[in-house]
Design a protein around this ligand. Structure first.
Ligand code: PLP
Length: 361
């Protein structure tokens, strides 16, 4: 039985009628940009995260650039960022005028630690982007204890829960989300959002998303045309009340892998201290990963190596990545593999995956 890498449509099937009604409501409203749906979604998502403000933008990449600028990052500054992440986490930094400084990760959690961040700090460090990779939670408080503000890249972590019950989006100075369709909270197109409890950061982000103007008459600084659409906001509002239930499904699927004995065959992802990750991707590690890949392919099991080339080794990053040595990042890049994960992944499907992994020997 084939098992897909992810399943975005089955979890939405019960919401079909509500989604159609939401789309119709927006079409009929005649209001498509920065209207009542975006405002309502901003309030609802901020409340869900426990942040005071949310600012909807066009995608998760621009959310990072705008949030960094709103935090005061600019030319001459350095921003610490992991290299084992989606490329956009670092790509978002140069447009602010600042430069990325790459740091290592803990290969068992795939997240940065206070120690790996400390090794990359200099007097020019203005902020740290802590990526909650694969839904696992980076230790934001420990990093901020080093004296630097943290921007959480929570693109992959909607629905995760920290050890104290708090949510990504309210752990650092500001946070960003992506609503790319395959994300834990996915739109039907691109979308992104910034959360913060800092009034000034929120206000500047709102100005930056609208061409650097807060009144649409005077233009105070060079900004962006970067808004979340009304249509996407309406679609996301239907899904948000079900996010926890879907996140629980992801956590349950993770437990199925543990109970099915996958940990005897490959290294399972380890949740950071006290975190309950809503696994966006379930990523295992295996020194003989090519054999695992071909065993899964033979059995029709979806799998993908997302970050075989870490960001600091990408051509576009050569100016900032050349000569940087990040051993744990290189190890994770070489050995990781995402295997099926979704809110509706069953124990039977998990058993299929584990049986195929066993064949890899
Ligand atoms: C960790 C991370 N950061 C940033 C992004 C960028 O988000 P977007 O694709 O919405 O621009 C993504 C997702 O694509 C991501 O996974």
């Amino acid at each position: 039985m084939a098992v897909p890498l992810f399943d975005t449509s089955s979890p939405l099937a019960p919401l079909h009628d509500q989604l159609h009604a939401a789309v119709a409501r927006v079409l009929d409203s005649g209001s498509y940009i920065l209207g009542p749906e975006v405002s309502a979604f901003e309030q609802e998502l901020a409340a869900y995260c426990g942040a005071a403000h949310a600012v909807g933008v066009a995608n998760g990449t621009e959310a990072l650039t705008i949030a960094l600028r709103a935090m005061g990052v600019g030319p001459g500054d350095e921003v610490v960022v992991p290299s084992f992440t989606f490329y956009a986490s670092a790509e978002a930094i140069p447009p602010t005028g600042a430069v990325p400084v790459f740091c290592d990760i803990d290969p068992s959690t795939y997240c940065v630690t206070a120690e790996t961040v400390r090794a990359a700090l200099t007097p020019r460090t203005k902020a740290v982007i802590a990526v909650h990779l694969f839904g696992n939670l980076a230790p934001v408080a420990e990093i901020e204890a080093l004296g630097v503000p943290v921007l959480e890249d929570a693109a992959q972590a909607a629905g995760s829960i920290a050890s104290d019950g708090r949510r990504p989006g309210a752990l650092g100075k500001a946070a960003t989300f992506s609503f790319f369709p395959s994300k834990n909270l996915g739109a039907f197109g691109d979308g992104g959002l910034i959360t913060t409890s800092d009034e000034q950061i929120a206000e500047r982000a709102r100005t930056l998303r609208f061409h650097g103007s807060h009144d649409k008459v005077t233009y105070e600084e060079i900004g962006y045309n970067s808004r979340l659409d009304e249509l996407q906001a309406a679609i996301l509002r239907v899904q948000l009340p079900h996010l926890d239930e879907m996140a629980d499904g992801r956590r349950r699927a993770g437990r199925h892998y543990e109970q099915a004995g996958l940990g005897e065959l490959v290294r399972l992802p380890r949740a950071t201290a006290g975190a309950e990750p809503a696994w966006h991707l379930y990523v295992v590690a295996d020194p003989a990963v090519e054999e695992l890949e071909s065993a899964l392919a033979n059995a029709g099991i979806g799998h993908k190596a997302y970050y075989r080339t870490p960001v600091h080794r990408q051509v576009a990053m050569r100016e900032w990545g050349a000569g940087v040595e990040l051993p744990a990042t290189d190890e994770a890049a070489r050995t990781h593999l995402a295997i099926p994960m979704s809110p509706v992944l069953t124990r039977k499907q998990v058993d299929e995956v584990v049986a195929a992994a066993r064949d890899a020997g």
